[in-house]
Design a binder for this molecule. Structure first.
Ligand SMILES: Cc1cc2nc3c(=O)[nH]c(=O)nc-3n(C[C@H](O)[C@H](O)[C@H](O)COP(=O)(O)O)c2cc1C
Length: 186
């Protein structure tokens, strides 16, 4: 392995099924020079962006399945949970936030999040009513209390065509926050 690869920081990018999934491509582009990125896609995210795109951009295989027959003896969710120095979930759907806050681990991404000891950052994006939903907000609070990080969505144009809170935070801000957390800042 070349020296440059060893020096790179290890970022696991979790992509969920929301319109903002296409922004994950830009995040990879912005972070890949100095970091190694592995992508885990929820099955629903593949309706929004292809594994081929994210695999090509990241230069690594894209993972989606929990139950795969390993080439060598390794359990994929445990090895990825241990590999990641940081996990960025982008876009974080109401669904993944609800699942993680309830301790549900029923797909590869939620299982990795459950198994990791590294920092996890959620970058949510969703319809304004979903974001304002009282249960969603309780779930966010619960996750924050448990030490998970959030890059809150902003007011902007939503997939429905209306303006409101729920638009993914600017990629620039997200990239900065990942770098900051990788450097151990609170
Ligand atoms: C066109 C379309 C756009 C969607 N956009 C979002 C979104 O931006 N945020 C969100 O939380 N859910 C969105 N959803 C709903 C999620 O896809 C749905 O809750 C799904 O179960 C999420 O699965 P995942 O979290 O496992 O990826 C959208 C659904 C459709 C059909």
């Amino acid at each position: 392995m070349d020296r440059e690869k060893i020096m790179k920081r290890k970022i696991l990018l979790g992509v969920c099924g929301g319109i903002a999934a296409y922004k994950s491509a830009e995040v990879i582009e912005r972070l890949k020079k100095k970091n190694e990125i592995k992508v885990v896609m929820t099955p629903n995210s593949a309706h929004f962006i292809t594994p081929l795109t994210l695999q090509t951009l990241s230069g690594n295989p894209v993972y989606s399945e929990v139950f795969v027959l390993p080439k060598e003896w390794e359990i994929v969710h445990i090895s990825l949970a241990e590999w990641a120095e940081i996990i960025l979930v982008l876009p974080a759907t109401a669904n993944i936030i609800g699942k993680v806050s309830s301790g549900i681990a029923d797909d590869l991404l939620s299982t990795i999040i459950m198994a990791t000891t590294s920092p996890v950052i959620f970058a949510p994006a969703m319809n304004k009513n979903m974001w304002k939903n009282a249960i969603l907000q309780e779930n966010v609070k619960k996750l924050k209390r448990a030490g998970y990080h959030f890059i809150e969505p902003v007011t902007g144009l939503l997939a429905s065509g209306e303006k409101g809170i729920g638009h993914l935070a600017p990629v620039e801000k997200i990239v900065k926050e990942v770098k900051r957390r990788l450097n151990g800042k609170k």
